[in-house]
Write a protein that binds this ligand. Structure first.
Ligand code: NAD
Length: 290
């Protein structure tokens, strides 16, 4: 099977390498001219898509996806499959589906969770939107690049699932950080708060698996000077996408809006490259408004 791979960055590079290792014939393109082991280099996005049975995109945002998609749909051969794994706004994802369908191509939006570690290890989770036929065809690729793929529904629903998950994650990390801040100022040890909450009704992934306190709970970026992990600027990107989708759908997301504001301030203060769990020391340094 021939695969075109467009966007060979921190995620796309290792994903393309895994496809090549698994025996797919992969031709890649990145505007930076990035070279990936086992992947042939094309001179443009449309050249990478020519002759491919499937084209995977892993790009930074919706505008770039629209631009690349407009370029490749006319060179890709009829019946080929487009798999967009980028995290983008729902409208851009649906635009890509419409363009694909107008040119006789199958398509899935399939954003991922698992980060760069999952991309390298081939253990990503894919959240996919599109027809049954497109999802079934994409399973061949998902099996190599990931360990789980969930068919969420029609065009765009993979993106909706991804931003809903990350909105919960952003809010829950703030909630956990606030609780530790309250415990600190009330004389309760951080270790004891962890022991209680991680086995009680306040337990959640941000507390149990990714605790923002150094030396408490399983190893996490907090134990490594808040080196990401999942950088705050990526969290902010996903929170903004959640608010864009909520606005378009008319959904009330007051905590999502507040989380977006708080991460916006944090990133604006120059901490975008720190892990998003560094919200803990940030909130700890803030004074209570009375
Ligand atoms: P990245 O910036 O490292 O990679 C994006 C790549 O796309 C870059 O190499 C860039 O040069 C290339 N690119 C930009 N415009 C292009 C064009 N017109 N044609 C070809 N290539 C182009 O970003 P990343 O961390 O690999 O993330 C990619 C996507 O995955 C983003 O949408 C991000 O939100 C999502 N994501 C990232 C993570 C993570 O932990 N990094 C986790 C989950 C999802």
């Amino acid at each position: 099977m021939k695969v075109g791979f467009i966007g060979l960055g921190r995620m796309g590079g290792p994903m393309a390498a895994n496809l090549a290792k698994a025996g797919f014939s992969v031709t890649g393109f990145d505007v930076l001219g990035t070279v990936v082991d086992g992947v042939a280099q094309a001179s443009s996005a449309s050249a990478a898509a020519e002759d491919a049975d499937a084209v995977v995109t892993m790009l930074p945002n919706g505008d770039t996806l629209r631009d690349v998609c407009d370029r490749i749909v006319s060179t890709a051969r009829k019946g080929a499959l487009l798999v967009d794994c980028s995290t983008v706004d729902v409208d851009s994802a649906r635009h890509a589906h419409r363009m694909a369908s107008a040119h006789g191509l199958l398509s899935v939006d399939a954003p991922v969770s698992g980060g760069t570690g999952g991309a390298t290890a081939g253990t990503l989770t894919f959240m996919a939107g599109g027809s049954d036929q497109a999802f079934d065809a994409a399973m061949l690729l998902f099996r190599v690049m990931g360990k789980r793929a969930i068919h969420c529904g029609d065009a765009g629903s993979g993106q909706v699932a991804k931003i809903c998950n990350n909105m919960i994650l952003g809010i829950s990390m703030i909630a956990v950080s606030e609780a530790f801040g309250l415990a600190d100022k009330s004389g309760l040890s951080r270790q004891k708060l962890f022991e209680v909450v991680s086995t009680s009704s306040g337990s959640c992934w941000s507390m149990n698996a990714y605790c923002p306190v150094p030396g408490v709970g399983p190893a996490s970026p907090a134990d490594n000077g808040y080196k990401p992990g999942f950088a705050s600027n990526l969290m902010l990107k996903d929170l903004k996408l959640s608010q864009q989708a909520a606005e378009a759908a008319g959904a009330a997301t007051p905590l999502g809006a507040l989380a977006t504001e708080l991460f916006g301030e944090f990133v604006g203060a120059g901490y975008g490259d720190l892990d998003f769990s560094a919200m803990l020391p940030h909130l700890g340094s803030m004074a209570r408004e009375r």
